[in-house]
Design a protein around this ligand. Structure first.
Ligand code: FAS
Ligand code: PHB
Length: 389
């Protein structure tokens, strides 16, 4: 089979790219190793930058998000019982949209299927060939049958554990990584959110986050040990610990209930350079990972997709390869700024096991500076709502 663009990975990166390309007459095929149901069962991001919301509109899949999503003009930062608000609207004239990654992915799948877009599920043994030639191809197995796609370009949208990044030779690839000495234990509960905005809570006992999906579906996280397993935490133990980490006024009004999902995510900062090798382009988690503190994983996947989409459009519409030739540098310039923000925010609000008394003083001084300084709050807000593409 021949296709203009072969996209490996049917998560938000791959689907958004496929849909944007389709809207401009560029056809692609998406290869996904899991089932659609499995992909949609993963509970991940919850906050969309304004840039991703605009891309969803451009892709023709923004209607439900605009209807069901919740616009947030600010967020609460707390440490112990000291709490303050970062006013995104006043500081940046921008906002964020609370709308789960699951729903973004569902909207994209619906649009691809409505358009007759080609998505092969449960593919196996995906391999990339000829990426450093003008005749790249992807081979894979599906239902026991060997298949091959000859294409103009390959988009590696297959996440951190995919095959695309590995296709870039080790002597070409440079990887940067930082592992954090804790994880996030997250639960989903069919309860009203404790507050109408997110609460990022630091405390002597560790970090907690109060988030949501809608007015009766809440998402909560607490920082946990790397050795913890979800089954080590009863719901009662989770709620008790969360209440000890968030401001008392919210602990007192928190509505608890049974968890309908419980999982632990490790925290990692990771970047692969370059994000392009020949006719292979990496997007999203295939190229970089951030700790979820700044809600940047999904959103940075979207900015990669934006750059690659515009570059491919320029190539096909004008025969101009400038956009694809500058893709890696352009995407990485924003990726590193996002990595910095996510690392900074994580260092601000988590309790690190090896923190000295001096380190704790520095952390508290940083929080106090953010609480009292408008320039610091504006910088935080600009990063949180999304740096420009
Ligand atoms: P994804 O990993 O979402 O999608 C890649 C797809 O490729 C998957 O469907 C996979 O099955 C498929 N694939 C892999 N290998 C393949 C192969 N060889 N062949 C074919 N298909 C293959 N971000 C936030 O902003 N906030 C959060 O709270 C948050 N929580 C997270 C929790 C967890 C446990 C994880 C893992 C990530 C979390 N993230 C969060 C980050 C997450 O949202 C990612 O940034 C986002 O899913 C990136 O999307 P993709 O790049 O499409 O990668
Ligand atoms: C979420 O709602 O899952 C969420 C929100 C903000 C974050 C991380 C996760 O920073």
């Amino acid at each position: 089979m021949r296709m203009q663009v072969a996209i490996i990975g049917g998560g938000p990166s791959g689907l958004l790219l496929a849909q944007l390309l389709h809207k401009r007459g560029i056809e692609s095929i998406v290869l996904e190793r899991k089932t659609k149901e499995y992909v949609l069962s993963r509970i991940r991001a919850g906050v969309l930058e304004w840039g991703l919301c605009s891309l969803m509109d451009e892709a023709g899949v923004g209607a439900r998000m605009r209807c069901e999503g919740i616009v947030h003009d600010g967020t609460i930062i707390s440490h112990g019982d000291t709490a303050f608000r970062i006013d995104f609207d006043a500081l940046t004239k921008a906002s964020v949209m609370v709308y789960g990654q699951t729903e973004v992915t569902r909207d994209l799948y619906d649009a691809r299927e409505a358009a007759g877009g080609r998505i092969d599920f449960e593919v196996e043994d995906v391999t990339i060939g000829g990426a450093d030639t003008d005749a790249p191809f992807v081979e894979y197995r599906m239902g026991g049958e060997a298949r091959r796609i000859d294409c103009d370009f390959i988009a590696g949208c297959d996440g951190f554990h995919g095959v695309s990044r590995q296709a870039i030779p080790l002597d070409v690839r440079r990887e940067y990584e930082k592992l954090y000495p804790f994880g996030w234990l997250g639960i989903l509960s069919e309860t009203p959110p404790v507050h109408h905005e997110l609460i990022y809570a630091g405390s002597e006992r560790g970090f907690a986050l109060c988030s949501m999906r809608n007015e009766n579906l809440s998402r909560y996280y607490i920082q946990c040990s790397m050795s913890d397993r979800p089954e080590d935490w009863t719901d009662a133990a989770f709620w008790q610990e969360l209440k000890r980490r968030i401001p008392a006024e919210h602990a007192d009004t928190l509505v608890t209930g049974p968890s309908i999902e419980k999982s632990i995510a490790p925290l990692r900062s990771f970047v692969c350079e370059p994000m392009r090798w020949g006719r292979l382009f990496l997007c999203g988690d295939a190229a970089h990972i951030v700790p979820p503190t700044g809600a940047k994983g999904l959103n940075t996947a979207a900015s990669d997709v934006n750059y690659l989409f515009r570059g491919l459009l320029q190539y096909y519409d004008q025969g101009d390869a400038t956009g694809i030739d500058t893709y890696s540098q352009q995407a990485l310039a924003r990726v590193w700024k996002v990595e910095r923000f996510s690392w900074w925010f994580s260092s601000l609000i988590h309790r690190y096991p090896d923190q000295s008394p001096f380190d704790l003083k520095m952390q508290r001084a940083e929080i106090d500076f953010l609480r009292t300084n408008e320039a610091a709050q504006r910088a935080m807000a600009q990063n949180y709502v999304g740096l420009p593409y």
